[in-house]
Design a protein around this ligand. Structure first.
Ligand code: ZN
Length: 182
């Protein structure tokens, strides 16, 4: 029978059984790591559990994104490192994340529409459109944020965004080796 979820399939193939560890405010984990069934944000019992795919590339590539977006779009996929983690969220943080996605979607769709209408009608909708876009982007990203890699290389990643209570349940490690290679 064909597995339906490509992430779960990838996890099964890449499973390294490397346990997740804490390095001060960071989570350090190998590709395919399975995190404890507690919310990564607040350490409440897990309610929604899923395999997530994370991607990362060297920060200098963002400069290229500003300088030449077309070249960035073409080459970035080849320079990205990726890593899969299975983790949990509680009901409250799952709901907050969904609200964030709705706010983000509304902002990036409605904002430009209002802006274009405002330009055509030459009225204050221009300002409203810009505000709706910016607020949707900032608030939406803040609410929908999960955890984010600040480094992925050689099949291991270091992440920001986990709650301190969750991190305290993990064993300590030192990701100096990861850091020294950047
Ligand atoms: Zn939570």
């Amino acid at each position: 029978m064909e597995p339906s979820d490509p992430y779960t399939t990838a996890l099964a193939i890449r499973q390294t059984h490397l346990p997740a560890r804490r390095d001060s405010a960071y989570l350090v984990a190998g590709d395919g790591a399975v995190l404890p069934d507690r919310c990564v944000k607040c350490n409440a019992p897990g309610h929604h559990r899923q395999v997530y795919k994370f991607t990362w590339h060297k920060p200098w590539l963002f400069a290229l994104a500003f300088a030449n977006p077309i070249v960035y779009i073409l080459i970035a996929p080849f320079l990205r490192e990726k890593l899969f983690l299975e983790l949990s969220l509680c009901q409250a943080h799952r709901s907050k994340r969904l609200r964030g996605w709705i706010i983000l979607s509304l902002g990036v769709v409605l904002g430009p529409i209002l802006l274009i209408l405002g330009i055509r009608e030459e009225n204050a909708l221009v300002v409203v459109g810009v505000l709706v876009f910016l607020v949707g982007l900032v608030v939406g990203l803040k609410y929908s944020s999960l955890i984010a890699p600040d480094l992925i290389q050689s099949g291991a990643g270091r992440f920001v965004g986990c709650g301190s209570e969750f991190l305290e349940t993990l064993g300590n490690t030192d990701s100096t080796e990861l850091r020294s290679e950047t």
